[in-house]
Structure formats: structure tokens, C-alpha cells
Design a protein around this ligand. Structure first.
Ligand code: MF3
Ligand code: CO
Length: 251
């Protein structure tokens, strides 16, 4: 069941998502060669506690950390560790909080120092694909118009869209209906209505879309070893079009 939110609830979601956006901004500044991902997790926890926000992922289905740190061929749910980042890596940072009863959830992929042109392009195409999806988050369109917009943009660029993870509704739960695949034919699924709040999160692979899960039960890697990128925004569908609730200062 899709839960529609009142303007008041959307304001609460905005507050939570702003906290996430600000923390991701601060984490991005910390990303450099020599830094380990457990340090980034600890910074995220410290910043969240300064805002009285509860990290949303820690303990969620047993996830052991607050931040997901997915480096290079890791698609999503990379576990923070003492392993240091090296120049040329790309890292996806996925973070969520619970504040005043509502969740924030967003992700960015950032380069570590100077990275290859391919890594830069994959990152850019993934970010742009997210925005192609957001553009379609308007009343009277259908859910799969978002999916189709993302998939067609990604595939036209020569990359592939991960199938086994999807975007989701978000509100007083981290994951609500509907599920939002990043692929599919247009014109299908639920009709979009004002008050829907959606976490759109394309995961894009340089080569094939297939994914393996490591023994730890979390880390998702590309089957073929290709690079992967991930961007996520929480978005509200309104009469006036899509509103990005996890927008960072300056975009
Ligand atoms: N952004 C991801 C999601 O919405 C992060 C979840 S990580 C988990 O599914 F640990 F909480 F599962
Ligand atoms: Co999410």
C-alpha cells in the first residue's frame, strides 16, 4: 500500500533528508587517498549524533554499520573497513537517518583523487540518470515512466542498470511501497499522485548488470568485475512537480 504524505509530513521528510544531504556533503570532503571507510562511517555517526538523528541503516535487517561504502566493483552495501582508499577509486556513500519519526535516505558516488575518464563518465551518467528519473516523478504519470527514463538513458550511454535492487517509497519507514525498479517499459504500475515520497536510486554498471553477493551477506559486487556507481535522492511528487528533499546546498 502506498502511503500518501501531507504537506506537514513532507516538511518532516525534508528535515531528515537535509540532515542526510549535509552529512554526505561533509563525507565527500573527507574522501581522499589514505582514508579508510570505517573512518567515514565513524564521521557519519558523529555528525548524525550532533543533529540528534539516528542512523537508519545500523541494525536494519542486521546491517552492522551506519554507512554503506561501495568501492569500484562494489555495487551497494559495501561494509566499512580499515582498508584505505587509493587514488583512482570511486566510492559510493549511501546514508540514511531517522529524525522526528521520518526517514532520510540518499547516496552519492565520488572520485578518490584523480580517476580514469571511464570512472568519471560512469559517475556522471549515473547522476544524470537519477535526474532523468526525477523529471518523471510528476502527478498522473506512471511509476514505470521513472524506471524507463533511467534505463533508456543508461543504456544509450552504453552501461547497464542493476536489476536486483530497486528504489522505494519512504516515510515513517525506510522502505515503503512502491518498489521502483530502474528498468522497465513505460506506462505501467501505479499512477503517481501528489504526496508520494520516493527514494530513487539507480545503480549503474560499466559492463553487465549481473551482481554477486559476498559471503558476508551484504557486499554486492559486479559479476564481471566492472565498475559500478550509485546515486540516490528522496523526492516528493507534488502538484508543482518533483521536489528533491535530499538536495544539498547548491545542488
Ligand atoms: N539506500 C539503501 C536502501 O534504501 C540502503 C539500505 S542499507 C541497509 O535500501 F543496510 F539498510 F539495508
Ligand atoms: Co534507499
Amino acid at each position: 500500500m502506498v502511503i500518501l504524505k501531507s504537506p506537514k509530513e513532507i516538511e518532516k521528510l525534508r528535515v531528515s533528508n537535509r540532515i542526510v544531504a549535509d552529512i554526505l556533503c561533509r563525507l565527500e570532503d573527507e574522501v581522499k587517498p589514505g582514508v579508510d571507510t570505517l573512518y567515514l562511517n565513524d564521521v557519519a555517526e558523529k555528525l548524525a549524533s550532533e543533529k540528534d538523528a539516528k542512523p537508519a541503516f545500523k541494525g536494519y535487517k542486521g546491517y552492522p554499520y551506519s554507512l554503506c561504502t561501495s568501492v569500484n566493483n562494489v555495487v551497494v552495501h559495501g561494509l566499512p573497513s580499515k582498508k584505505q582508499l587509493v587514488e583512482g577509486d570511486i566510492i559510493s556513500l549511501d546514508f540514511g537517518v531517522l529524525f522526528d519519526g521520518y526517514y532520510g535516505d540518499a547516496a552519492i558516488t565520488v572520485p578518490v583523487g584523480k580517476v580514469s575518464r571511464t570512472a568519471m563518465r560512469l559517475t556522471r551518467i549515473t547522476r544524470e540518470a537519477l535526474y532523468k528519473g526525477i523529471e518523471k516523478a510528476v502527478p498522473k504519470r506512471r511509476l514505470s515512466d521513472i524506471s524507463y527514463a533511467i534505463q533508456s538513458y543508461v543504456e544509450a550511454a552504453g552501461y547497464s542498470v542493476v536489476r536486483i535492487f530497486v528504489g522505494h517509497g519512504i516515510g515513517s519507514s525506510l522502505h515503503e511501497d512502491p518498489q521502483i525498479p530502474n528498468f522497465g517499459k513505460p506506462g505501467m504500475g501505479a499512477i503517481l499522485k501528489p504526496g508520494m515520497t520516493l527514494a530513487l536510486e539507480p545503480m549503474v554498471n560499466e559492463k553487465g548488470y549481473e551482481v554477486d553477493i559476498l559471503e558476508d551477506g551484504w557486499t554486492a559486487i559486479t559479476k564481471d568485475g566492472g565498475l559500478s556507481a550509485h546515486f540516490e535522492h528522496t523526492v516528493a511528487v507534488t502538484e508543482n512537480g518533483p521536489v528533491i528533499l535530499s538536495e544539498r546546498n547548491g545542488g
